[in-house]
Design a protein around this ligand. Structure first.
Ligand SMILES: CC(C)[C@H](C(=O)O)[C@@H](O)C(=O)O
Ligand code: SF4
Length: 469
């Protein structure tokens, strides 16, 4: 028997899911799991029902309200009136289709990309979709997970398959280890700043290198979450011992012999030595500092001790204009140092940074200090389980006594689809992933940051180096 060609992690998972080769780079792919949320999920289920079709494999789909529900303490599905129809629609349609819904107040509810890994719904080697661009978060488990548009969503619900063009592969190797106070969010922002927000277009990104191996699975989620901000629909990390330990014992994970069987397959998934990636980028990270965005794209990121760029130093006219527009929108001065910029609000939450490890890290930096008096700071846990675990450790008390508001799980201020937004002109330091114009409300200025940098901003009342806490 001849030796088989070395394959990448991505290729191995993809090949294992091809139902039919459709030619010219197109495949019919089996989809293992489907997650549904109150915006796109409700729409997809409704679309299917209106066409008189059924969810083909309801036991492989899971739904939860996250985007359009209030995060106010004591909330119900009706607290945010604008989302009530979506909430009730998701409940009703899930029930009618036999799809398990994780309802408000129930363990399992939360931001859809937080609950997939948390419940063991996503596992290494799987394909998973959701009508949401940050589905790439789940790739941290060593899965092919990606966001789909509405017609793909309906197609997958009806057939458990999708017609897809195989993307090219990009391997990003982080070289070296990050310094103290530098986390996965800082690495993700640095990567996007160095390579640009569109370098990943058409690629599935595999993250590798010592820094990635050393990361916890939750940190890998933060990294994979930002793949779409690099332009890539898919980001993934090879499953390893840490992944196995993470998955073991979760509600939807296999157990006993089934687990052992699954894990022995997972161990074969890492890219083979000599496997070909269409592109490779090596990123030196030893000198990376805590990093925040200054502008209106995730690629507008700079280290906390850096400055707002000067458009006069842009590489070309397009960049010069883009920088000027960003500086004007953000109400900043070219060349000014980022640290010391006064902030109005702080948001710790979103599918990027709202898991237990994020909240633990944030709480550990408070050490009895208080939120600056002019700042309104929120902590929105990523899921009901995260909330309960954090409360059991007393983290909610640490936040509350420092002056943070402790809220109910959901997307909240990340996209303001539930009406939770800042006021025009306000400056927010946010642990989310998008700083687009108007993302957190009309005229609102967003600085993306790690949980540590968000705490620093809350306590100092201005952008500050979390290493000085
Ligand atoms: C609303 C949803 C479809 C959207 C997405 O696809 O990402 C949202 O989650 C976001 O982060 O902008
Ligand atoms: S937390 Fe933000 S980025 Fe994540 S799914 Fe919700 S709206 Fe999208």
């Amino acid at each position: 028997m001849s030796e088989s060609k070395p394959r990448t992690l991505f290729d191995k998972i993809w090949d294992a899911h091809v139902v039919q080769d459709l030619g010219e780079g197109w495949d019919l792919l089996h989809i293992d799991r489907h997650l549904l949320h109150d915006l796109s999920g409700t729409a997809g289920l409704r679309d299917l029902a209106e066409r008189g079709m059924r969810v083909r494999n309801p036991e492989l789909a899971f739904s939860t309200p996250d985007h359009a529900v209030s995060s106010a303490p004591g909330r119900t599905g009706d607290t945010f009136a604008g989302g009530a129809r979506l909430y009730h629609g998701l409940k009703l349609l899930s029930e009618r289709s036999g799809v398990r819904l994780f309802d408000l107040g129930e363990p399992g509810q939360g931001i859809v990309h937080v609950i997939g890994p948390e419940l063991g719904i996503v596992q290494p080697g799987m394909t998973l979709i959701c009508g949401d661009s940050h589905t790439c978060t789940n790739g941290a488990l060593g899965a092919i997970a990606f966001g789909v548009g509405s017609s793909e969503l309906t197609h997958a619900l009806a057939s458990q398959t999708l017609v897809l063009r195989r993307p090219r592969t990009l391997r990003v190797v982080f070289e070296g280890l990050p310094g103290p106070g530098v986390g996965a969010k800082d690495l993700a922002l640095t990567l996007i700043a160095r390579l640009g927000a569109s370098v990943g277009n058409g690629f599935a990104v595999e993250y590798a290198g010592d820094a990635v191996s050393a990361m916890s699975v939750e940190q890998r989620m933060t990294l994979c979450n930002m793949s779409i901000e690099l332009g890539a629909r898919i980001g993934l990390v090879a499953p390893d011992q840490a992944t196995e330990s993470y998955v073991r014992g979760r509600p939807y994970a296999p157990d006993g012999e089934q687990f052992a069987k699954a894990a022995s397959w997972w161990r074969t998934l890492a890219s083979d030595a000599g496997a070909h990636h269409d592109r490779e980028e090596r990123i030196q990270i030893a000198d990376v500092a805590p990093t925040l965005t200054w502008g209106i794209s995730p690629e507008h990121a700079v280290s906390v001790d850096g400055c707002v760029p000067d458009p006069a130093q842009a590489r070309d006219e397009a960049q010069q204009q883009a920088w000027q527009v960003a500086i004007d929108y953000m109400g900043l001065q070219a060349g000014a140092s980022l640290a010391g910029t006064r902030v109005d609000r702080v948001f710790i939450g979103s599918c990027t940074n709202s898991r237990l490890s994020d909240l633990r890290e944030a709480a550990s930096l408070i050490r009895g200090r208080s939120v600056a008096s002019h700042v309104r700071a929120w902590v929105v846990p990523g899921s009901e389980n995260v909330k309960r675990a954090a409360q059991a450790e007393g983290l909610d008390e640490v936040f509350r006594s420092a002056g943070f508001e402790w809220r109910e799980p959901g997307c909240s201020m990340c996209v303001a689809a539930n009406g939770e937004q800042a006021s025009p002109g306000e400056r927010v330091v946010s642990t989310s992933n998008r700083n687009f114009v108007g993302r957190q409300g009309p005229g609102v200025r967003t600085h993306l940051a790690s949980p540590a940098s968000a705490v620093a901003a809350a306590l100092f009342g201005a952008i500050a180096d979390p290493r000085s806490l």
